[in-house]
Design a protein around this ligand. Structure first.
Ligand code: ADP
Length: 495
C-alpha cells in the first residue's frame, strides 16, 4: 500500500507534543510491515537539520501556491525518518513557516493572523507535490486540524484531476480540543466554494469555518488515538461540539491506541539516561534516581518517593485540581520533579512551590528531551491527572520504565493504566498503577496518597513496577489496525 502521512509535527524534526511522536513512529511501523510511506510536514525555521541529510526535490520544482489571492513559491525537500528508510518531505515556504514568538524563539504554531493560511498553503502544497511526483497514494492520512481541509480540497478544488480519484483519505484526531475554527473569510482565502458554507454544513460550526469538522466530514474513514477517547468524544461532555458529527460517522470511526517508539523509549537501550536497566536490574533505576535528584539540585533521601510530571501546563492536563490539592500533596513525604511550560498561573504556582519547599520540588520550565528521559527513568511515580487525554504517551513511557503512573481514568489513560487493588481478596495482582475517576482535588490527592502508601510496602511496590514493565506498547499491533482502517477506506472509495 502507498501511504501519504500528512502532519504538522514529526519527531525528531519538529515536535510540540504527542502528534510529533506518532508521526515519527507510526510510518516506521507501517514501513516495517512492507508498505511505502511518505511523510509530509512543513519546513519550519525551528527545525535543526544538522544531523540530517536534506535534498531538494528537483522533480517537483517550484510550485506556485495561491492563498488569500497571493501566489507563494513553494518547494519540497526530502530526508528520512532516523533509523529507517521512510521518506519525509518538508514543504518549504519561508513566508509561512519561518516564524518566531514574541521572545524571538522559532516556533511551530503561532497566534498570528494568518495561522489558517499557513495550513491552507501546506495542504495545497502536499496535494500538488503528489501530483508532480506522479506518485499515487492509496491513502492520505491527515492528522489534526492543521490538515483538516486537505480531504475537502482534494475532493473539490482538485477534483478536476482524475489521477487523484482513487486516493482514499483518513483523518486522525489527536486532540479534539484544538479544532481550527476561523472566520468565514477563510472561504475566500482558501478558495473554497462559497456554497459549502451554511449553518451546519460539513465545514461550518457556530458561524466559523472548522478545519477539523471538514476533515471529519470529507474523509473516507476517521479515527482517534484510543478506544476510550473515541467513546468519550461522542458525548457532549468531551466532544467539544463535534460529538454529533462523530455520531453521524460512527460506522467509519475507529479508536486505535497509539504505540510508542521503542527505539527511542526503552530503558535497556536509552542513550539519554546515565544507567540502562531492565526488569531484572532495577538497581539501575535507583542510580538514575540519584542522577535525577542531583541534576535538579534536590537532596537524595533513601526512602522518599519521587513523583515526576512532564507536561504542557494547560488546563487539559489537570493542573487546576493539582493546584487545588497542592497543600495536601505537600504534606506527603514525596519529592517532585516537574518539566514543562505553559500558562503563567501554573508556571507561577511551581515557582512559588519551589521557593517554599526547595528540597522537595524542582521544576524545569521549557522543553528538554533529555530531562524527559531522565525523569521517566529516575522517578518512582508519574502523575497525569488529565481532564481529558486522547491517548497520552508519558504514562506508557512510565510503565515500561518502571515508573508507576497515577492517572485520571480518562481516554488512553483508562486504556493503559490498570488500578492496583490493595483491597482485593481475590488475588488480582495485575494492577500497574493508580487511577481515580472524579475530576476533583480530593480524588487526585487520595490516589497519590494510595500510591505513596504502597511505595512503603516493598514487595507490593516491586510487583506494581514489574506489572508495568512487562507491557508491550510497540507500534506493530496498532499499525496493523491502521492498515485495516486504510483498507476499508480504500474499499469505500473504489466501491
Ligand atoms: P500532548 O500531546 O497532549 O502534549 P502526550 O502525552 O500525548 O501529550 O505527548 C506529550 C509528549 O511530549 C511526550 O513525548 C512528552 O514526553 C513530551 N513533552 C511534553 N512536555 C515536554 C517538555 N517540556 N520537554 C520535553 N518533552 C516534553
Amino acid at each position: 500500500m502507498n501511504i501519504a502521512f500528512v502532519s504538522s509535527e514529526a519527531f525528531p524534526f519538529a515536535k510540540v507534543g504527542g502528534l510529533g511522536d506518532i508521526t515519527g513512529a507510526l510510518p516506521k511501523a507501517l514501513d516495517k510491515l512492507g508498505h511505502k510511506v511518505k511523510v509530509f510536514i512543513p519546513k519550519y525555521s525551528l527545525i535543526n537539520f544538522n544531523n540530517h541529510k536534506l535534498e531538494y526535490v528537483a522533480e517537483v520544482g517550484e510550485m506556485p501556491i495561491r492563498v488569500n489571492g497571493k501566489s507563494y513559491v513553494t518547494r519540497l525537500f526530502k530526508s528520512y525518518l532516523p533509523g529507517s528508510f521512510v521518506d519525509i518531505y518538508f514543504v518549504d515556504c519561508p513566508h509561512f513557516f519561518h516564524r518566531k514568538d514574541h521572545t524571538g524563539n522559532d516556533v511551530i504554531y503561532t497566534n498570528h493572523q494568518d495561522e489558517d493560511e499557513r495550513y491552507v498553503l501546506f495542504s495545497k502544497a502536499v496535494i500538488e507535490a503528489i501530483q508532480r511526483m506522479k506518485w499515487l497514494p492509496d491513502i492520505i492520512n491527515c492528522n489534526d486540524w492543521q490538515t483538516g481541509l486537505l480531504p475537502l480540497l482534494l475532493r473539490d478544488n482538485y477534483s478536476w484531476d482524475r489521477f487523484l480519484d482513487p486516493v482514499a483519505t483518513a483523518f486522525s484526531i489527536h486532540n479534539i480540543g484544538y479544532q481550527g475554527r476561523f472566520p468565514k473569510s477563510l472561504m475566500l482565502k482558501a478558495e473554497i466554494r462559497a456554497e459549502l458554507f451554511y449553518p451546519n454544513s460539513p465545514i461550518e460550526i457556530m458561524g466559523t469555518v472548522c478545519f477539523m469538522k471538514a476533515g471529519l466530514m470529507y474523509s473516507d474513514v476517521i479515527n482517534t488515538v484510543s478506544p476510550t477517547y473515541a467513546a468519550e468524544i461522542m458525548t457532549s461532555d468531551y466532544g467539544e461540539g463535534l460529538e454529533g458529527v462523530l455520531s453521524y460517522r460512527v460506522n467509519d470511526f475507529y479508536g486505535i491506541l497509539n504505540g510508542i517508539d521503542t527505539e527511542v523509549w526503552n530503558p535497556e537501550t536509552d542513550k539519554m539516561i546515565p544507567v540502562n536497566y531492565n526488569i531484572n536490574s532495577l538497581e539501575g533505576k535507583y542510580e538514575n534516581k540519584k542522577h535525577l535528584l542531583n541534576s535538579m539540585n534536590l537532596p537524595h533521601y533513601k526512602n522518599t518517593p519521587v513523583i515526576g510530571m512532564i507536561s504542557r501546563m494547560v488546563g487539559q492536563k489537570g493542573f487546576d485540581i493539582f493546584a487545588e490539592s497542592v497543600y495536601d500533596l505537600m504534606r506527603l513525604p514525596v519529592q517532585w520533579v516537574i518539566l514543562g511550560s505553559g500558562e503563567d498561573r501554573y508556571e507561577n504556582l511551581f515557582r512559588s512551590l519551589q521557593q517554599m519547599f526547595p528540597d522537595r520540588i524542582a521544576t524545569w520550565f521549557g522543553k528538554n528531551e533529555q530531562l524527559a528521559h531522565l525523569i521517566e527513568a529516575g522517578s518512582d511515580m508519574f502523575l497525569m491527572p488529565s481532564l481529558y487525554e486522547p491517548c497520552g504517551l508519558n504514562q506508557m513511557y512510565s510503565l515500561i520504565y518502571g515508573t508507576v503512573p497515577i492517572v485520571r481514568k480518562t481516554g488512553g489513560l483508562a486504556d493503559t493504566v490498570k488500578d492496583w487493588d490493595e483491597y482485593s481478596y481475590r488475588g488480582d495482582f495485575s494492577g500497574n498503577g493508580f487511577s481515580f475517576y472524579d475530576y476533583s482535588a480530593f480524588a487526585l490527592f487520595k490516589s497519590v496518597e494510595r500510591a505513596v502508601n504502597a511505595f512503603y510496602n516493598h514487595d507490593v511496590w516491586i510487583q506494581i513496577v514489574k506489572n508495568g514493565m512487562i507491557s508491550d506498547f510497540s507500534w506493530e499491533n496498532s499499525a496493523q489496525t491502521y492498515l485495516k482502517m486504510y483498507e476499508s477506506a480504500i474499499n469505500k472509495r473504489r466501491g
